[in-house]
Design a protein around this ligand. Structure first.
Ligand code: GDP
Ligand code: MG
Length: 458
């Protein structure tokens, strides 16, 4: 009997289902706001305790995003030895956990940027940073960045900024504030006496116009995960966070192409031999949707029409020269497509150029559509949950930009035409072409602003 297909995402999530973070910092510095904004949740739960009464050992979580777990601690003043030892003990205990899922994956030490003239980094924070953290990334997070941004704006005043365009003003203010933080961080490192490999810093604000600072925090954390760390930790962070679209795209391809990834065999067909096309596509579809981790309690993305609409969209890859119907037609037909596709969809996988083109097209198309959905949802934070209408809209944006789809599919056609499917003695590099296609054709059709493009003058 056939063994069932492996799900690479599921294997990674078995090893590390949740990205485990410790936030540390005085009450009011913005830890809770930070977590809610990075993971896009409204409510945090801490077993049966009242919010704010949690112990560092308690697991704080949210039903709106199950891919992260938080430990929260209010930090300590110099001389609060008991509190200090408790934090130290907790970090040590977690470092000794044998299983990756129980270890800490990142520490965010949050420090609120004080009013001008005050000292930024207190002795308590310096003491903390001298602890041995092993391989756990530790990020010093300077919070309430919007305030110093505005202060700097005022300080520079109209004499320096008046004649500049808005984006040039932004750059100038950024440069000024950056100098301040760099100096503070350099001073901190001096006090520590060394510069740990896994230490980083970042300035953030959870206010609307500063969403790009949350991207920076996620990217900084991601990059500080050591090279030798398990792949599943990186994938857990990329999945859990809901601010950085690049990490979603990179990790969609990363899961498919990781050591055990089945994309390696897309052309040489090894993992798919004797499987039904339907099974192969279900697996690909589920894996991609899981990494994007939209707020989708109704499982609209996994179980809804997206799969069949995308199948409809890749039909012209089966019969070169044919054109695709409009998205309205694909949508109206929905599930009927599986019947119309008949033999191919419900049949056994065969190693043919036509099948390879359709599988490649499926991965690329669905990833591009999900990126549109990301932008669409980012532009309407008050409606964070995915609806069937959202999917219809973003699918339509892609499917109906016909020249764009033709370009993508044309490149797939050329790639498959130029390869020799019979020759499986060479390693199959189709996954590289899939990655290239996604990278080359990503674009934002929704018109929603990228966080990094937002002016942060408020
Ligand atoms: N100006 C500004 N206020 C913030 C920011 N982040 C949080 N706050 C405010 O600071 C207060 C404390 O935030 P909270 O997240 O509860 O802090 P926590 O005690 O560290 O968890 C709240 O009134 C937030 O609205 C920020 O980036 N900028
Ligand atoms: Mg809090």
């Amino acid at each position: 009997m056939n063994q069932s297909l492996p799900s690479t995402a599921e294997e990674l999530f078995d090893e590390c289902p949740r990205f485990r973070i410790l936030t540390l910092g005085k009450a009011g510095v913005g830890k809770t706001a930070l977590i809610k904004n990075v993971f896009k949740v409204e409510k945090l739960l801490c077993s049966d305790k009242e919010p704010g009464k949690c112990n560092i050992r308690d697991e704080i979580h949210s039903s709106e995003n199950t891919r992260f777990v938080l430990h929260d601690c209010q930090g300590f003043e110099p001389g609060e030895t008991d509190k200090f030892n408790k934090v130290k003990g907790f970090i040590q205990q977690r470092a000794q956990e044998p299983e990756i899922k129980d270890q800490l994956h990142a520490i965010w030490l949050c420090i609120q940027i004080p009013n001008a003239g005050d000292r930024l980094i207190e002795p308590g924070a310096v003491e903390f940073l001298k602890l041995p953290f092993g391989d756990v990334p530790v990020i010093v997070v300077f919070t309430h960045y919007d305030k110093i941004y505005k202060e700097t704006l005022d300080k520079l005043g109209s004499s320096k900024l008046g004649t500049l365009e808005e984006n040039q003003r932004t750059i100038l203010v950024e440069q000024e504030t950056e100098k301040y933080f760099r100096a503070e961080y350099a001073d901190l490192l001096k006090q520590l006496g060394h510069s740990p490999k896994t230490l980083g810093w970042i300035k953030v604000s959870t206010r609307d116009d500063y969403q790009h600072t949350l991207n920076d925090l996620v990217q900084t954390t991601y990059k500080l995960i050591p090279n030798g760390a398990a792949e599943s930790i990186r994938v857990a962070l990329a999945t859990a966070q809901r601010v950085d679209v690049d990490l979603k795209v990179v990790n969609t391809t990363r899961v498919g192409t990781s050591m055990k990834g089945y994309w390696h065999g897309l052309a040489s067909s090894i993992p798919f031999t004797k499987k039904l096309i339907r099974e192969c596509l279900d697996l690909i579809h589920k894996d991609i949707v899981k990494i994007w981790n939209f707020s989708d309690p109704g499982m609209i993305l996994e179980d809804g029409d997206l799969k069949f609409m995308t199948l409809g969209l890749v039909q012209n890859l089966a019969n070169p020269g044919t054109t695709n119907p409009d998205s309205g037609y694909l949508l109206a037909e929905g599930i009927n497509f599986s019947r119309k596709l008949g033999d191919w969809y419900s049949g056994v996988y065969t190693n043919t150029p036509s099948t390879l083109r359709r599988l490649m097209g499926y991965i690329v198309d669905v990833t591009i559509v999900l990126e549109q959905l990301f932008w669409d949802k980012a532009a309407q934070p008050q409606k964070s949950t995915v609806s069937a209408d959202d999917v219809e809209k973003v699918f339509g944006l892609y499917a109906d930009s016909k020249e764009f789809v033709e370009q993508v599919h044309g490149e797939i056609q050329s790639y498959v035409d130029s390869m020799n499917l019979i020759d499986t003695s060479h390693p199959d590099s189709t996954h590289e072409e899939v990655e290239r296609l996604i990278r080359a054709h990503r674009r934002n059709l929704t018109g929603a602003k990228k966080p990094a493009e937002s002016p942060h003058v408020g």
